[in-house]
Design a protein around this ligand. Structure first.
Ligand code: GDP
Length: 360
């Protein structure tokens, strides 16, 4: 499954955030594997639609989609030169499908900052510089071979053309100090290079709870990382929230001017950043969200439940979540003509409630 690597300078609140994420285990009952490795956390993606479905179908339980976070320790200046934990750090990032950078905004004289001063912009640049340097090294290794092949063989020149163009464009972007993701380059022709900055990025700004309502500050920080998503939270508060019961948690959240916990937001935004979406199934046993890629067809979606479902796919009965809720029951939705029969070319939409028909 796809994972999001959490990175950041020391003492920015990564462990605090990661621990809160993994302890927020609405999942423990359904996912006994939720803590496979100490640095991997499987987190539920909160989806209020599932509660609604469970009501309509009288489902005994709710199973949300999940997203995995990996706590990647050890970025330091010079990581790209293999200093300290550098090599392990870069290898861990290479294995992640998206990068979540935690950046310190909070002021606390008791928590030392590695560079002596709290500066979100400088921190972001420190980390991005290491990733950019690592990518430039990768390119410098690959480029001579591509160029040589292109000189020596017409066939290879043709086969390499798209890659070579993309690599040269990437090199230019990186040399200008930008990440490939932020520059909006198409990652497809660069795939084989496994470049770090071609992965989707998202940013978590760890703030004092008093700053969470500071819209001007947040706008400034958002602009710093655009077009990546920015999430604002107080990791310390988040780690307190998970210890409280629902009412108390809501009260604490609202006292900081938030409607949703930062952890929930992070799970949802992380899931979307990975290019994932869900479709829903429901019955007396369970109401469940299944994870697919944006653009997946009905048989591919069925294959997520069981490979037999994909192989033997006949058709899908699909109703949009909103239509189902408005109708109040599957029978009524059918009576209203809102349950569609879709074939093997149907591209799934977010919020489809589905029942598959298949041969075994
Ligand atoms: P890491 O090195 O990035 O994993 O940072 P930690 O999660 O270990 O946090 C470093 C220190 O900062 C710990 O003492 C935390 O309690 C503290 N800390 C983390 N988040 C916050 C925050 O939002 N506000 C304040 N004041 N302290 C925090």
């Amino acid at each position: 499954s796809l994972t999001i690597g959490i990175v950041g300078l020391p003492n920015v609140g990564k462990s605090t955030l990661f621990n809160a994420l993994t302890k927020n285990d609405v999942l423990a009952a359904n996912y006994p594997f939720a803590t496979i490795e100490p640095n991997v956390g499987v987190v539920g993606v909160p989806d209020p639609r599932l509660e609604k479905l469970a009501e309509i179908f009288g489902s005994a339980k709710i199973i949300p989609a999940t997203v995995s976070f990996v706590d990647i320790a050890g970025i330091v200046k010079g990581a790209s030169e293999g200093q300290g934990l550098g090599n392990k750090f870069l290898a861990n990032i290479r294995e992640s499908d998206a990068i979540c950078q935690v950046i310190r905004v909070f002021n606390d004289p008791d928590v030392v900052h590695v560079d002596g001063v709290v500066s979100p912009k400088a921190d972001m640049e420190t980390i991005n510089t290491e990733l950019i340097l690592a990518d430039l090294q990768t390119i410098e290794k690959v480029l001579p071979r591509l160029q040589k092949e292109t000189r020596l063989s017409k066939d290879l020149a043709k086969a390499n053309a798209a890659t070579l163009d993309a690599v040269l464009a990437a090199q230019e972007v990186l040399n200008s100090g930008r990440t490939i993701y932020a520059a909006g380059l198409d990652p497809a022709p660069l795939k084989e290079l496994h470049l770090l900055t071609a992965k989707p990025f998202l940013y978590v700004f760890n703030m004092d709870s008093g700053e969470l309502g500071d819209e001007a500050l947040k706008a400034e920080l958002r602009a710093l990382v655009a077009p990546s998503e920015a999430i604002f939270l107080d990791a310390k508060i988040e780690s307190e929230l998970i210890e409280l019961d629902e009412d108390e948690a809501l009260e604490l959240l609202q006292s900081t001017g938030q409607e949703e916990s930062g952890l929930n937001l992070l799970a949802r935004v992380g899931f979307a950043t990975l290019g994932l979406q869900t479709y829903l199934t429901a019955g007396p046993k369970e109401a469940r969200a299944w994870t697919i890629h944006k653009g997946d067809t009905a048989p591919e979606a069925a294959g997520v439940i069981h490979s037999d479902f994909q192989r033997g796919f006949i058709k899908a009965e699909v109703v949009a979540f909103d239509d189902l809720v408005a109708a109040g029951s599957m029978a009524e939705a059918k009576a209203r003509g809102q349950v569609r029969i879709e074939g093997k070319d149907y591209v799934m939409r977010d919020g489809d409630v589905v029942e598959f028909r298949f041969n075994v």
